[in-house]
Design a protein around this ligand. Structure first.
Ligand code: E4P
Length: 220
C-alpha cells in the first residue's frame, strides 16, 4: 500500500517527503481553505506541492457542470506532469471524468460512498477512486466494511485502464492497518495520523532499554 498525505500544508509535505516514503498528495477545497489559501494563489500552491513530491498530486475541481469541470481539470493537469484531477462523483462528474480520460488526463474520483458509484467511476475512466472511510463512520455506517466492499467489487472486473483504490478520510492508525489488510492500493492520510503510524509503545520501550544497556557497555 502506498502512503499519500492528505493535506495542502507545505511544511507537512516537506517533512514527510524527507522520510523517503511519500508516494503522493491529495488536496481538496477544504484542505486548501484550512491553509488560508486564496484563489489567486491556487495554481501556484499546487505547483509547489507537485515539485516537492515525486508522485501523483490531486487537485480538485470546484465547478459543477461537466464542461466547466473539464476546463478546470485541464488547467489543473497543466500545472505539472504529476497533477491528477480530482472530480466529485456526480452525473456531471462522470461526464467530466470521461472527457478528461479521453484527453489523456488522470482523474481521482472522490466522494465515492457505494459499490455502484465506484464501478461507475471506473467505467468513466477514473484512474483513482476515493472511498471516504471516516465519513462513512460519521454517517453511522462501518467505513472499513464499505471500503472492503468497494475493493472487492472493483477487483471482480477488468477495466481498459489501471484503477487504484485510495482509502481516504483516514481517522486512525487502525483505519490504515485495515486498509492495508484488505489490499487498498493507497491510503491518503492526515499528517497527525501518519506520524502515529511511525510510533509504537514497544518501539519506544525497546529503544530506551537498548540505550540504557549501551550506557553500561560504554561506561564499563
Ligand atoms: C481525500 O481525497 C478526501 O478529500 C479527504 O480524505 C477527506 O477527508 P476528511 O473526511 O477527513 O475531510
Amino acid at each position: 500500500m502506498k502512503f499519500y498525505l492528505d493535506t495542502a500544508n507545505l511544511e507537512q509535505i516537506e517533512e514527510v517527503a524527507s522520510w523517503g516514503v511519500l508516494a503522493g498528495v491529495t488536496t481538496n477545497p477544504s484542505l486548501y481553505a484550512k491553509e488560508g489559501g486564496k484563489l489567486a494563489d491556487f495554481e501556484n500552491h499546487l505547483k509547489k506541492i507537485a515539485t516537492m513530491v515525486d508522485g501523483p498530486i490531486s487537485g480538485e475541481v470546484t465547478a459543477e457542470t461537466a464542461d466547466e469541470m473539464f476546463e478546470q481539470g485541464k488547467k489543473i493537469a497543466a500545472i505539472a506532469p504529476n497533477m491528477i484531477v480530482k472530480v466529485p462523483m456526480t452525473v456531471e462528474g462522470l461526464k467530466a471524468c470521461k472527457k478528461l480520460y479521453d484527453a489523456g488526463i488522470d482523474v481521482n474520483m472522490t466522494l465515492v460512498f457505494s459499490v455502484p458509484q465506484a464501478i461507475l467511476a471506473a467505467q468513466s475512466g477514473a484512474r483513482y477512486i476515493s472511498p471516504l472511510v471516516g465519513r462513512f463512520d460519521d454517517n453511522g455506517q462501518d467505513g472499513l466494511e464499505q471500503l472492503h466492499n468497494i475493493i472487492f467489487a472493483i477487483d471482480n472486473y477488468e477495466f481498459d485502464h489501471d484503477v487504484e483504490i485510495i482509502a481516504a478520510s483516514i481517522r486512525s492508525v487502525n483505519h490504515v492497518t485495515q486498509a492495508a489488510l484488505m489490499g487498498a492500493d493507497i491510503a491518503t492520510i492526515p499528517y497527525a495520523i501518519l506520524k502515529k503510524c511511525v510510533k509504537h509503545i514497544l518501539t519506544d520501550q525497546g529503544l530506551e532499554s537498548f540505550k540504557r544497556d549501551w550506557e553500561k557497555v560504554t561506561s564499563a
